[in-house]
Design a protein around this ligand. Structure first.
Ligand SMILES: *Cc1c(COP(=O)(O)O)cnc(C)c1O
Length: 380
């Protein structure tokens, strides 16, 4: 996003090889999806995450839509998810007539509060969608055991979770299905892009079919069948090779990108420590069993701080900073298509207190110092 500020909110990081790989695909005249670069990306995700099958998609939104199709979500089926998330988590299921049931979040990680799940389950419940906010893992062991007990599917929205893990398992590889985003604002990017991670092997064949317009074309290309045909409801969810070529340049550097971001994250964390000590804000909390990926740096202002005036002060000083999310249960479409379970007290309160500081892979310590200085001055 173009901005007149001298410290933008995000700056997409390029590794330098993106155009080289795109030129390669161009030169070879291989542009449609599922070519050599897509295969490299699939293999990387499978190896890196341990999922049984990875499939590139146009976006994490598209991967979530595939998940809803794969789970045969029907009108009236309920899907439990946090209200504190991006709209796509809910939209994908609403497109199939599903009803999002919004539960509250934990105070420490702002992830779905697993202790509220059992009470939110009804005979119509089909799936639970934990969202790994800021690349910090949800309490997956508890979520999975509740899901198993009630015969529910688990779809991890790991849009923000590439390269992060929970108890040494990569986010996205723990539930039946997982979804990644490679949107420009995420850690590893391709402009728009995403992936579906299939962990329940029994869903693999159908996942390929749904992604290829409902046909078994993938099996045909592998020589497993002698013609392909329309098998079930699907769509075109696969990106072209130019996107995959770009993404490959990023995946090759994913480790380095993550290390660099973690270093920036720790620098902010130290800068914010005195502000936390004086009760102005609370810093992010990372549970011991989670290895995060420094997707973002946020602070939670104490209730007596006027967030709006801090945001305005950033703006006046040429610094872009944002808050999110408008809780889905209180958004017009959320009220129309979903249902709130309980009072969602933490969601309501924390969404009013949270601010995301400018953060990207190559942000400098000088820029971070300036953000911290401006923040201190704004509070007075
Ligand atoms: C970014 C994001 C998405 C959507 O990702 P796209 O690739 O832009 O479709 C979905 N869920 C969460 C939690 C996200 O942060």
């Amino acid at each position: 996003m173009k901005s007149n500020s001298h410290i933008p909110f995000n700056w997409p990081h390029m590794t330098g090889k993106e155009l080289y790989y795109i030129a390669d695909a161009h030169f070879k005249g291989r542009l449609a999806g599922d070519g050599p670069f897509t295969k490299l990306c699939h293999a990387w995700i499978e190896e890196n995450s341990g999922c049984s099958k990875a499939l590139l998609t146009h976006s994490c939104t598209a991967a979530l839509e595939m998940a809803a199709l794969l789970l045969d979500i029907e009108p009236g089926d309920e899907i439990i998810m946090p209200s504190y998330t991006f709209v796509s988590t809910a939209n994908a299921f609403v497109l199939r007539g599903g009803v999002p049931v919004f539960v509250d979040i934990r105070e420490d990680t702002l992830n779905l509060d697993e202790s509220l799940l059992e009470a939110a389950i009804t005979p119509r419940t089909r799936a639970i969608v934990p969202v790994h906010y800021a690349g910090v893992g949800c309490e997956m062991d508890t979520i999975l055991s509740i899901a198993r007990k009630h015969g529910l599917h688990v779809v991890e929205d790991a849009a923000q979770g590439v390269m992060a893990s929970y108890k040494d398992r990569m986010l996205g590889s723990i539930g039946d299905l997982g979804t990644y985003s490679f949107h420009e604002t995420k850690n590893v990017i391709s402009g728009e892009g995403g992936a579906l991670l299939v962990n329940d092997e029994t869903l693999s064949v159908r996942a390929e079919i749904i992604r290829e317009k409902g046909t078994d074309r993938s099996r045909f290309f592998r020589g497993e069948i002698d013609k392909y045909s329309w098998q079930e409801v699907g769509s075109s969810f696969l990106p072209g090779e130019l996107i995959a070529a770009f993404l490959w340049a990023q995946l090759e550097e994913a480790q380095k990108i993550t290390e660099q971001r973690l270093s920036n994250w720790r620098y902010y964390h130290d800068l914010m420590e005195p502000l936390e000590a004086s009760g102005i804000l609370r810093r992010p909390i990372i549970p011991a069993e989670c290895r995060h990926n420094a997707h973002m740096y946020y602070v939670l202002f104490s209730p007596d701080i006027d967030r709006q005036s801090v945001l305005e002060s950033f703006k006046k000083n040429g610094i872009d900073s944002v808050f999110h999310y408008v809780p889905l249960h209180s958004a017009p479409a959320g009220m129309r298509y979903g249902r709130a379970h309980g009072n969602l007290e933490i969601t309501n309160e924390y969404s009013e207190r949270l601010v995301r500081l400018p953060f990207w892979t190559t942000i400098t310590v000088e820029q971070q110092d300036e953000v911290a200085r401006t923040l201190k001055n704004a509070i007075g």
